[in-house]
Write a protein that binds this ligand. Structure first.
Ligand SMILES: *Cc1c(COP(=O)(O)O)cnc(C)c1O
Length: 368
């Protein structure tokens, strides 16, 4: 196996699920989003680990992602969080995915697709309370709920919304989330008052779980906290699941004035030792980290120097190093800086750092 690997700590992932369970109490269901290959960690392995740790639902973004889980034998309900194309509905239904619907056309497409199976197709009505992405307007919810319950091919299994600013502790964002929850609650009440059961009611993403207990309802959908990045670690301590490691494939001494990598942007200010690592932006190590990242070898940190290449990058070990070729290096996670710190260096979020770890990086599952 190649030197560069993503070590996925299944035990930490399951401990994070337990931490969420402890925080939310015994009642709400837990739906684990495993979209985008489980935020880069590996969808099938993490889906199995989530179910073993007590998660009752999974969520994906594409029909292929849902099909992959079904082919792996996973049988818990899987919510399709995004809207598929008309031609994708039949496959979604054949794989027994639970569909988000947000308009009459979506309900009709679900009804049509249902004719390809003998079972009733579970749908969740998605209400847009302020995310501006998918969902009906709150005042349309009752009409759409009637359409769903009037369609014998469908099972009205749930009602959901999504929070836009729940992970922020700024006063205006807290207020915005409370307004979203008020709109959602009032839409749910209207559905109930019209004599319709809205099914499983759910709203909370990670921010909702950590900062807004009023968002729990019947089910929560925390993603990023389960992968180990908490918006408020003091309220929900979690451990990063992914650790990116590699090994040194070459070491050389260079003299003051010699340059490293493309464009000669880094010139040695003094004689030093340079290690070459077989990891680059083709593995998902963002090229914008050039000049901004440090790796961990044993217990010490060393800076990346020169531009990050597609497949390789270089580290300054200093002039009198005892570090040797083939030794282990941690790029992020574990003893090194977390993916959240890496993200902050380049103005992004930990989601993107772990999602971008490429397919060619083998995932090694530990602690299962
Ligand atoms: C991705 C996603 C989540 C999980 O969001 P996190 O910020 O990772 O907790 C929840 N709900 C929906 C609809 C999503 O798309």
């Amino acid at each position: 196996m190649r030197a560069t690997k993503a070590i996925i700590h299944i035990d930490k992932f399951q401990q994070n699920i337990t931490a969420v369970r402890t925080l939310i109490g015994p009642t709400p269901l837990i739906c684990v989003p495993v979209k985008a290959n489980a935020y880069g960690h590996g969808a099938v392995a993490l889906a199995r680990a989530a179910v073993d740790a007590g998660a009752q639902y999974l969520a994906v973004a594409t029909v292929d992602e849902g099909a992959q889980l079904r082919k792996a034998g996973i049988s818990v309900p899987i919510v399709l969080l995004s809207i598929p194309l008309p031609e994708e509905f039949i496959r979604a239904v054949q794989h027994q995915l639970t569909l988000f619907v947000a308009d009459h056309e979506g309900i009709n497409l679900a009804v049509h697709a249902a004719s390809s199976t003998k079972q009733r197709v579970p749908v969740h009505l998605k209400i847009d309370t302020g995310m501006g992405r998918i969902g009906c307007r709150p005042e349309e919810a009752v009409d759409l709920a009637r359409h769903i319950v009037g369609s014998p091919a469908l099972e009205y299994a749930g009602t959901a919304t999504h929070l836009a600013a729940s992970d922020s502790q700024h006063a205006d964002d807290i207020l915005y989330t409370q307004q979203q929850l008020a709109r959602f609650t009032s839409a749910i009440e209207s559905i109930r008052q019209s004599g319709i059961n809205p099914g499983i009611v759910h709203a909370a993403n990670s921010g909702g779980v950590v900062l807004h207990p009023a968002s729990y309802f019947d089910m929560v959908r925390p993603g990023i906290v389960l992968y180990g990045y908490s918006p408020v670690p003091a309220l929900l301590p979690v451990q990063p699941v992914m650790e990116l490691v590699t090994q040194i494939v070459g070491i050389k001494n260079i003299t003051r004035g010699e340059s490293i990598s493309y464009g000669r942007t880094w010139v040695a200010p003094a004689d030093t030792t340079i290690a070459t690592l077989p990891v680059g932006y083709g593995d998902g190590l963002n090229r914008l980290l050039t000049g901004k990242h440090r790796v961990c070898i044993h217990d010490a940190f060393y800076p990346l120097v020169g531009r990050i290449c597609m497949d390789q990058c270089m580290v300054d070990l200093g002039p009198d190093t005892t570090i040797r070729r083939w030794e282990q290096v941690t790029i992020f996670g574990g003893v090194a800086d977390s993916a959240a710190i890496v993200a902050s260096r380049i103005g992004t979020i930990p989601y993107e750092v772990t999602c971008n770890i490429a397919k060619r990086v083998p995932r090694l599952y530990r602690g299962a």
